[in-house]
Structures are given as C-alpha cells and as structure tokens.
Design a protein. Structure first.
Length: 126
C-alpha cells in the first residue's frame, strides 16, 4: 500500500533504512535522552534536514538553523513549529539537507570514525 501524502508512519525495526531515508523529507528525533544516535549522520548523509531534541551528543552534530533544528526535549510546541517550517518552506529544508550532507561527508565518514576509534583504543591500551 502506497503511503498517503502528509501522513506519518511509525515503521519499527527495518533493514531498508537507506531506501526509507531516500523517500523521506526530514528526520524527526524527539528524544528525551541520547548519546550520539547514528541515525542523525545517516540522515544527513542522505541529504535530509534534521529536527531533534537538544540532548546528549545531538547538539554536536546538528547545527541549529543550519543543518536542521534543535528543540528542547519534551517541548511539543517547538517541535511542531519547526516541523511546520520545513513543510511550508521546502527550499530552506533542502538547503539544510545540503549543508547536512556536506557536514556528514566531511565529518562522519567510515574512515574518519574508524581512525578515531583506533585512537581511543590505542590511548586506553597504553
């Protein structure tokens, strides 16, 4: 069954995340607590703007107003307002997605992350 325009679908665990991200307009992550959820750099690598709670490591990844929006955890009105911005101003959302893609390519590559993990392991083992 084809998704209805303007509908929100809660999909559960999936193995086809790249295809889902390619079909999405934005990533919305209203977390109460997080470390660094990998879905954010994944969404950015797919060129999506991100709206997320400003908790844990999320503010280190999402640049508010540039690659997406940060909202206070639990602030439903702020989340709704930022979602409305992306719905009504598609050009801004696309521009945020492009800046997020550039940031993901520069910062969150497999090679760079592997190198940083290796550095941490070397430091711990020495």
């Amino acid at each position: 069954k084809a998704p209805q325009p303007g509908a929100i679908h809660i999909l559960g665990a999936r193995s086809d995340v790249p295809q889902i991200l390619a079909a999405a307009d934005a990533l919305i992550l209203p977390s109460v607590r997080e470390g660094l959820p990998l879905v954010i750099p994944e969404a950015m690598a797919a060129g999506l703007p991100v709206i997320a709670s400003a908790v844990g490591g999320i503010p280190d990844v999402v640049i508010d107003g540039e690659t997406g929006f940060l909202v206070p955890s639990g602030d439903e009105a702020a989340l709704r307002d930022r979602m409305a911005v992306l719905i009504t101003d598609r050009a801004s959302g696309k521009a945020m997605g492009k800046r997020g893609l550039d940031r993901a390519r520069a910062t969150y590559t497999r090679e760079r992350m592997a190198s940083e993990y290796q550095s941490i392991y070397r430091e711990v083992l020495s």
